[in-house]
Structure formats: structure tokens, C-alpha cells
Design a protein around this ligand. Structure first.
Ligand code: SAH
Ligand code: SF4
Ligand code: F3S
Length: 439
């Protein structure tokens, strides 16, 4: 094992993993290591993995396995993230060449584990079930200079029957309001214009810490006062916890974007019950209507799982019709993937891959049509865009997003990156609105 000077982190999975990667990169840079863009140049390789579906795990396992077969590599290899918690030390059997397994609740310990690996040359596994140690979010090394992710609550107590997250991330643990406010103030002082508050279920924020007397909407009111912070987003939410106070906050707080992830998962009452989602389609629709009544401009996003065990064609049609009726701004559709350790594993995965794919394609096509209509409705309107970067596809064009998460491209110069612009929409392409800055 050689002296470790450089590192490379490959991230799989969701925004929480991306943020954990930034935190780990910050810790390693603090220690004097350099981050490299090519994995072949790295003395330390970290795979920050995801377990949400089988494919996510297989991708990481395949990649790490291939490294093991390359005999000339003597890099230190670590596996972090949700697969580390899901598989723990059993990973050493499948991937004998890896040096450490560090769970989602042990990130604070990265440098100690690295020291121990280098000193003892033994394999180390640290995978706690609960998040108990503060991590240095202020030291996170962020690539994006305009938008930042900010963790407010880790873990999940909901136990949807298909989902590994409560097992890989442990119970809900809220971060203190002071520490969140301090981080967001610092980010805005450093020029960040938009923050996305992260948690598996941000709406549960503060319920585990009654002593702070600060629930999710209370936190939002405090954040909204921070000067220079233009946009607040949050993800993800569980419909059961979307409160009237939250809906009112979306209406009343200027910085809080009117785009809310409101994952339905299924339109069938029986399947929702089997998923342990704790709402039925009527209760869900009631909340959607209440939200639209409180704030007519709100745009909702969703996640849907198709092919949950025993889902019939009729039950899938209920999901399809709900998506058609609600007209989401964004939909993420997934084929059910059985996960070890979850309650749903005891039901046979009886919907064939073909049927799952047909259901997925029908939903994607429907959402494409809805999104196209929404883009068409925006022709000749003027929208507020946060300029994020130079468009990679079109020359001399900038790319940004509206408050409701729509992609917009328009002509402009790079000095506008990080500013808010008013853009008049004159056309659109498959995924993107096209416009021109107006004064
Ligand atoms: N906390 C978030 C979910 C994070 S996982 C929430 O409750 O919205 C993101 C999405 O992955 C879930 O919303 C669900 O649609 C999907 N998902 C989770 N487990 C899955 C599984 N076993 N098979 C297929 N999709 C799954
Ligand atoms: Fe998983 Fe459900 Fe928790 Fe979301 S709310 S992370 S789907 S258990
Ligand atoms: Fe994957 Fe873990 Fe996120 S399972 S989706 S990385 S919380």
C-alpha cells in the first residue's frame, strides 16, 4: 500500500449521497489530499453507493469488482453510502480487495478509518445504525457555486414496505436549527443563490427534537429572512406530513419555490396500504386540492412505483389516471425492485419485467405529453431564471431553471452565471424552454 496523496470519489444514488460525497471530499482535502478527475490517477478510491434498487447495487458491485481484477492497482479502496450499511462486512467476502466499509452514519470517522487502514493494513468496517455524530458540513467541498444542498434531517421512520432507506440510514435525526441557519448564512455570503434542504422526509423535521420548538415550516420562515438567499427548495416529502402550515409557507415566503415533491407511489388504495404509505388516494387528492386552493401556482412532482407485488392491470390504470388528472410538473417512475431486509421481500415479485416495462413506458409517455403541454402553455410568458451554467449543447447559450424546476436556455454571456434574469419564452424543445432575456 503506497502513500496516499490523491483521491477520487464515485457517487451513486440521490442528493443525500452527493452531499455526503462533498463532505468527504472536504475532509480529505483538509487532510492534504488532492481530488483527481481520473480514477486511474487516484491513490484512494471511494465508491459512495446506493441500494435503492437492484440495478443501483449491481452497477457499483460490477465497477468495484472489475477494479479487483486489475492486478496492478494498489490503491486504497473504500465503500461508503447505503450499500455499506445494507451489506456491512459481508462486502469483504464479495469484494476481498476493498480496504474499508464506512456507513452513512459514520462519515465523521473517514480520516480515522483511513489512518487505521494505512497503519494496520487490515480491513475495517464501521456501519452504525443511527446517525449520532455531527459532520462538518461547513467544510464540504462543493463543485456548484450557485446552488447548494443543505442537510436538515437524516434517516427515515416511515418504513414503506418496499424501501431500504430506514435500514441503510437509520431513524430520523434532525440537525439543530442554529447549525442549519449558520450554514445557509455562510453559503449566501459566499454567493450561493439557491439552497435545497435535504432529508428523506423533510416534513418530519424537528419532530424528534421538541426542545428546539422548530418544525419544518418554522425553519422555513427563519431561512426566508436570510439576506441574499433567493430561492429555497426542499426534498423529499412524504404526503402524510405535508401540513397546512407548509402549504401556507409556500404561498407566503418569497424565497420558497412553488415546486413541491409530493410522491404518490400508487393510485390504488389496496397497493398503498400494502406499501404502508399511510394515506389512500382520496386523502392524497384532498391534500393536492387543498394545496392548489391555498396556492394555485403550485407545481407538484411525483415518484411512482409500478409492478409492486400483486398490482393488477386495473390498479395500474388507477395510477395512470391519477397522473393524468393531477398533471405533475415532474414524474419519476420506477419498476419495483425487491430489496433484502424490507417487509415486501416476503411477497413474490410476481409482475413480470415485460409488464413492468410496459407500465413504465405508458407513464413516461403520458408525462412527456403533459410536460409538453406545460411548456407550450409557457410560450410568450416571462419567467424568472436562476442562471446556472453555460449550455453544453448549444453555443453561446446559458442554462438555468425557473422557480418551478423547468429548464430554460437563452443567449447570454458567462458573467450572468449566478444572477436571476427575466426570460421571455419564445419556443421549446423536447426537455427545454428556449427564450431571451428581457430587461
Ligand atoms: N424519501 C423519499 C424516497 C427516496 S427513494 C420519498 O419518500 O419520497 C426515491 C424513490 O425511489 C421512492 O420515492 C420510490 O418511488 C422509489 N423506490 C424506493 N424503493 C424502491 C424499490 N424497492 N423499487 C423501486 N422503486 C423504489
Ligand atoms: Fe423510503 Fe418511504 Fe422513507 Fe421515502 S418515506 S425513504 S420511500 S421508507
Ligand atoms: Fe440510494 Fe441511499 Fe439515496 S439507497 S437513493 S443513496 S438514501
Amino acid at each position: 500500500m503506497k502513500n496516499v496523496k490523491t483521491f477520487f470519489i464515485k457517487t451513486y444514488g440521490c442528493q443525500m449521497n452527493e452531499l455526503d460525497t462533498d463532505v468527504m471530499a472536504g475532509m480529505l482535502k483538509n487532510r492534504g489530499l488532492f481530488q483527481v478527475a481520473d480514477e486511474n490517477d487516484a491513490d484512494l478510491l471511494i465508491f459512495n453507493t446506493c441500494s435503492i434498487r437492484d440495478l443501483a447495487e449491481r452497477k457499483a458491485m460490477g465497477k468495484i469488482g472489475r477494479l479487483g481484477r486489475m492486478k496492478n492497482r494498489d490503491a486504497v479502496i473504500g465503500v461508503t453510502g447505503c450499500m455499506a450499511n445494507a451489506k456491512k462486512e459481508s462486502l469483504f467476502n464479495k469484494l476481498p480487495h476493498i480496504d474499508f466499509v464506512l456507513g452513512t452514519n459514520n462519515i465523521h470517522d473517514l480520516n480515522n478509518v483511513l489512518d487505521d487502514v494505512l497503519a494496520t493494513k487490515t480491513q475495517i468496517n464501521r456501519t452504525d445504525g443511527r446517525f449520532e455524530h455531527e459532520i462538518d458540513y461547513l467544510g464540504a467541498s462543493r463543485e456548484d457555486k450557485v446552488k447548494a444542498h443543505v442537510s436538515i434531517i437524516r434517516g427515515c421512520d416511515k418504513f414503506c414496505t418496499y424501501c431500504v432507506v430506514p435500514y441503510t440510514r437509520g431513524p430520523e435525526v434532525s440537525r439543530s436549527p442554529q447549525s442549519i441557519l449558520e450554514e445557509v448564512k455562510q453559503l449566501t455570503q459566499n454567493g450561493y443563490k439557491e439552497i435545497t434542504l435535504l432529508g428523506q422526509n423533510v416534513n418530519s423535521y424537528g419532530k424528534d427534537t421538541p426542545e428546539t420548538n422548530c418544525l419544518f415550516h418554522d425553519l422555513l420562515y427563519q431561512l426566508d429572512k436570510i439576506p441574499g438567499l433567493e430561492r429555497i427548495r426542499f426534498m423529499t416529502s412524504h404526503p402524510i406530513d405535508i401540513s397546512t402550515e407548509l402549504m401556507t409557507a409556500v404561498r407566503d415566503l418569497p424565497s420558497l419555490c412553488e415546486f413541491v415533491h409530493f410522491p404518490l407511489q400508487s393510485g390504488s388504495a389496496r397497493i398503498l396500504r400494502k406499501m404502508h404509505r399511510m394515506y389512500n388516494p382520496e386523502q392524497y387528492m384532498e391534500k393536492v386540492l387543498q394545496f392548489k386552493e391555498i396556492h394555485p401556482a403550485v407545481v407538484l412532482g411525483t415518484d411512482i412505483i409500478v409492478g409492486f407485488p400483486t398490482e393488477t392491470d386495473e390498479e395500474f390504470e388507477m395510477t395512470f389516471n391519477a397522473v393524468k388528472e393531477i398533471r405533475y410538473g415532474v414524474g419519476f417512475f420506477f419498476a419495483y425492485s425487491p430489496r433484502k431486509g424490507t417487509p415486501a421481500i416476503r411477497w413474490q415479485d410476481d409482475i413480470s419485467e415485460e409488464v413492468k416495462q410496459v407500465r413504465l413506458q405508458r407513464l413516461s409517455k403520458l408525462q412527456d405529453e403533459i410536460s409538453k403541454e406545460q411548456r407550450s402553455d409557457m410560450l410568450d410568458t416571462t419567467v424568472e431564471v436562476l442562471v446556472e451554467k453555460i449550455s453544453i449543447k448549444e453555443d453561446h447559450m446559458l442554462k438555468g431553471r425557473t422557480r418551478c424546476w423547468k429548464n430554460v436556455i437563452f443567449p447570454g454571456t458567462p458573467d450572468l452565471i449566478g444572477t436571476l434574469q427575466r426570460v421571455r419564452i419564445h419556443s421549446y424543445s423536447h426537455q427545454t424552454l428556449i427564450g431571451k432575456i428581457v430587461n
